[in-house]
Design a protein around this ligand. Structure first.
Ligand SMILES: *Cc1c(COP(=O)(O)O)cnc(C)c1O
Length: 256
């Protein structure tokens, strides 16, 4: 779009520049995070992953210019193309969506972390894909960092609709598998607050699961939780990684 297409609508103030919109969204979300951090009395500040799904590579570039290096995507088909388009090795791509094992090979080409590890077959597929990718590139074991893996936990009652994620009872088994995999690093846990449940209750449940995990795996203390609608509750419950999309980028087009 050019300025003329907006002519008259903006009262001479110029087109609503995308970079300015994103800067405004980012400022708004960072203010929410700061307020929630101080309300919770935490000394640390969680990392913000800006979820860019459905938005173009140009938005990722704008965000990077605003100092955002962590971006989240939930579909490999879209993310793999976008990562090539942006082509910047300083960005960290976080894969946050349901992942089929046959997509592991593609995801490890660009992803720094996978937040949706929820079954043994996916652990094996990611480990193998990382090994093959290193061989393909002639990389040594040390030259590429391990793939950060978050175990996605399904916090919904068994009766509720399944939105992905392992049952809490399976977390120790998955954690042991990831910890033993040569190419993976166990980062911690991830969850989406179930529909119709109080986010604070869900995130406290997740914090309990995280504490149990950390007692077996001291380094695996990351908690990926909190989206546009519930980031305050996630921060109060100790989230270390927030995944925020629409409150930075605006409303997404409805999924077709
Ligand atoms: C889309 C998505 C988000 C971001 O959601 P918003 O409500 O737009 O902030 C976070 N986590 C996951 C798993 C998602 O799919």
């Amino acid at each position: 779009m050019n300025a003329e297409e907006y002519g008259g609508l903006t009262g001479g103030g110029g087109p609503p520049d995308r970079a300015a919109q994103l800067a405004e969204g980012l400022t708004r979300v960072n203010a929410r995070i700061d307020a929630a951090v101080s309300a919770s009395g935490r000394a640390d500040r969680p990392a913000l992953i800006v979820v860019t799904k459905y938005f173009p590579a140009s938005d990722v570039e704008c965000l990077k210019a605003l100092g955002v290096y962590d971006v989240g995507e939930n579909r490999d088909q879209e993310a793999s193309v976008k990562a090539v388009e942006v082509g910047d090795a300083s960005l960290r791509w976080h894969f946050i969506g349901q992942l089929q094992t046959n997509k592991a090979k593609s995801v490890v080409k660009y992803a720094h972390a996978v937040h949706s590890v929820d079954r043994p077959a996916l652990v094996s597929a990611l480990d193998k894909a990382m090994r093959l990718e290193k061989e393909r590139n002639g990389q040594s074991e040390e030259s590429r960092p391990l793939l950060d893996c978050f175990i996605q936990v399904n916090l919904a009652d068994k009766s509720a609709a399944h939105r992905g994620g392992a049952s809490p009872a399976d977390v120790p088994m998955l954690a042991a598998m990831i910890a033993e995999a040569g190419q993976l690093r166990l980062a911690g846990v991830m969850a989406v607050a179930p529909l119709g449940e109080e986010p604070a209750r869900a995130f406290n449940h997740l914090a309990g699961i995280s504490a149990e995990l950390v007692s077996d795996h001291p380094g695996a203390d990351a908690i990926s939780a909190g989206m546009s609608g519930d980031l305050e509750a996630a921060i109060a419950a100790g989230a270390t990684h927030l995944r925020v999309g629409s409150d930075v980028l605006g409303a997404r087009p409805p999924v077709g």
